[in-house]
Ligand binder design. Sequence first.
Ligand code: G
Ligand code: G
Ligand code: MN
Length: 247
Amino acid sequence: MERGEITLLYQPVLRVDTGAMASAEALARWTHPTRGPIRPDLFIAIAEESGLIVPLGRMLLRQACIDAATWPEHLGVAVNLSPVQFHAGDVYDTVIAALADSGLPPHRLKLEVTENVVMHDVERTFVELERLRAAGIKILMDDFGTGYSSLSYFERFPFDKVKIDQSFVRGLDTSRAAGAIIKAIVGLGEALGMAIVAEGVETCAQRDALVLAGCTHLQGYLFSRPVSSASIAALGAAGPDARALAA
Ligand code: G
Ligand code: G
Ligand code: MN
């Protein structure tokens, strides 16, 4: 962190209705001077165990807001929050400070939380999420449908968006259940007014099935890998890429 080796790349999220980019997800990358790239699932886990995720998360959140403030106004930025960061830290104050420092309007910031964030202390978490939402920030449920995801979370809290876990997208090719689960999550989204994102979209066949199922947003290597902040600014200014969603 002190050597500035941990940086952010951004992966576009596209709207299905227009094909335009709606936002980009900030993904941490560590390039070590001698070891080269270190996998984020590895160093994020170590940062969580050591508690360093609190200052690291604060730094990344601030950087993501500063970067997004340079993008066209219609683009939002999504930042992943770790359970440790959420429960050990002062997430609300950190988020408000990042918005103030960057000048980014709150509605352009989306926080991605997993069931692990919610599970830890359900009542306290929802109180905290409600505070953030009242400040105008969007809240997204990440990696939904695996682990201990509970449908009752939606009874308790109106998430703005739900991201279907990429394992179901991969499963589309081989498993009838995957398609059925995706349709069920989309139905929930339609009934409750939540946008539904599918991530990990790699093939045209997956894209077509997800559009047909009613997903509102798509993300994956088929459209773009994670890219620099400058590339997001350029892509956003260029407008919708008609090729992206064309069959
Ligand atoms: O691109 P990908 O390999 O980046 O990410 C691997 C995992 O690390 C994913 O589960 C992703 O959510 C997580 N991750 C990536 N960047 C961040 C970050 O800035 N903060 C947190 N808490 N998790 C991140
Ligand atoms: O846990 P979370 O959903 O935040 O993690 C997103 C992870 O998914 C990141 O590691 C990101 O690099 C990865 N990712 C994004 N798009 C694709 C894709 O199309 N295929 C695969 N295999 N991984 C993807
Ligand atoms: Mn995510």
